[in-house]
Design a protein around this ligand. Structure first.
Ligand SMILES: O=P(O)(O)O[C@@H]1C[C@H](O)[C@@H](CO)O1
Length: 293
């Protein structure tokens, strides 16, 4: 287990990064967005951008994966002040789990109240197609079964309680809003709601693993998001998350299909516009639905 002092996720370290950012610009974000693999286009929707490269931000990890630009973008989306991570951190990059989730604590200390996360995922549910957008209603933290949880170690009550509840992790009102907006936009045929399972990666799953995960109740499998959600909920931010089904998990021993990162990025490009429309319309409606941002 990594003590917090080596991961930069302790309160004082997060505070000093947040204060450094706040001193450089006027934006006071209420909404935080995390872009998944190949989905960084979401950040381009922000107006009046102030951009920081991760390498210039004190105590911030670096993006090492293609499709993750490594830029923190501040600005407004539909008039709402936002901060957007164009690039996230994964366990398989070699970071301790606390480091992969550090931006959530920085978001909190910047004043963020709600987080929207996106990811690319493999579809396990047999009804899912490539290009489907899945509203995440729940998760399975598979590394958590072996003790990999970003909240392991000493708890700092300034962030949250020792034993946070996770049965309400994915905000019900925001999920309903996504359903309503999706229907209005004509996305019903490719909008789903399901359970996301995180694995450590970077190798994609074997056929036996995919079959097992589906039987356990997962509809999609990926390598991110869940730990960020745990930390965001621990410190009291509301959470909404989406998976883009970029490929179908291979479940059949006769299949010739092979998961690969190229396909993941390619599907991201094809659905980017609709995903951006869904998120931005939701953000525009949030006050309208009395979900204050
Ligand atoms: O950051 P996300 O979860 O969108 O990235 C997924 C999982 C791996 O990092 C990569 C595999 O192609 O995409």
């Amino acid at each position: 287990m990594f003590p917090e002092s080596t991961t930069g996720s302790c309160y004082e370290e997060c505070k000093s990064t947040a204060e450094w950012l706040l001193a450089q610009m006027e934006v006071r974000p209420l909404l935080g967005i995390v872009c998944g693999s190949g989905l960084g286009g979401l950040a381009e929707m922000l107006k009046d951008q102030v951009v920081f490269r991760y390498e210039d931000i004190p105590n911030f990890p670096q993006s090492t994966v293609r499709g993750h630009a490594g830029r923190l973008v501040f600005g407004t989306l539909k008039g709402k002040p936002c901060v957007c991570m164009q690039g996230r951190f994964h366990l398989y990059e070699g970071y301790p789990v606390q480091k992969t989730t550090l931006p959530m604590r920085i978001f909190k200390l910047l004043g963020v109240e709600m987080v929207i996360l996106t990811n690319a995922a493999g579809g396990l549910n047999e009804d899912y197609k490539v290009g489907d957008i899945m509203i995440i209603k729940d998760h399975i933290n598979m590394p958590g079964f072996a003790g990999v949880n970003p909240l392991a170690g000493q708890n700092d009550e300034r962030f949250g309680v020792r034993f946070p509840c996770m049965s309400d992790a994915y905000d019900r009102d925001l999920r309903q809003l996504a359903q309503d907006v999706g229907e209005e936009l004509g996305y019903k045929d490719f909008l789903r709601e399901g359970v996301y399972c995180v694995l450590g990666g970077p190798s994609f799953e074997t056929i036996a693993e995919c079959r097992m995960l589906y039987r356990l109740g997962a509809d999609a499998v990926g390598m991110s998001t869940v730990h960020e959600v745990i930390v965001a909920r621990h410190c009291g931010m509301r959470v909404f998350a989406l998976s883009l089904i970029t490929n179908k998990a291979v479940m059949d021993y006769n299949s010739e299909e092979k998961a690969n990162h190229e396909e993941v990025l390619q599907t991201g490009k094809q659905r980017a516009e609709q995903l951006e429309e869904l998120v931005s319309t939701m953000v525009a409606r949030i006050e309208h639905n009395n979900n204050s941002v």
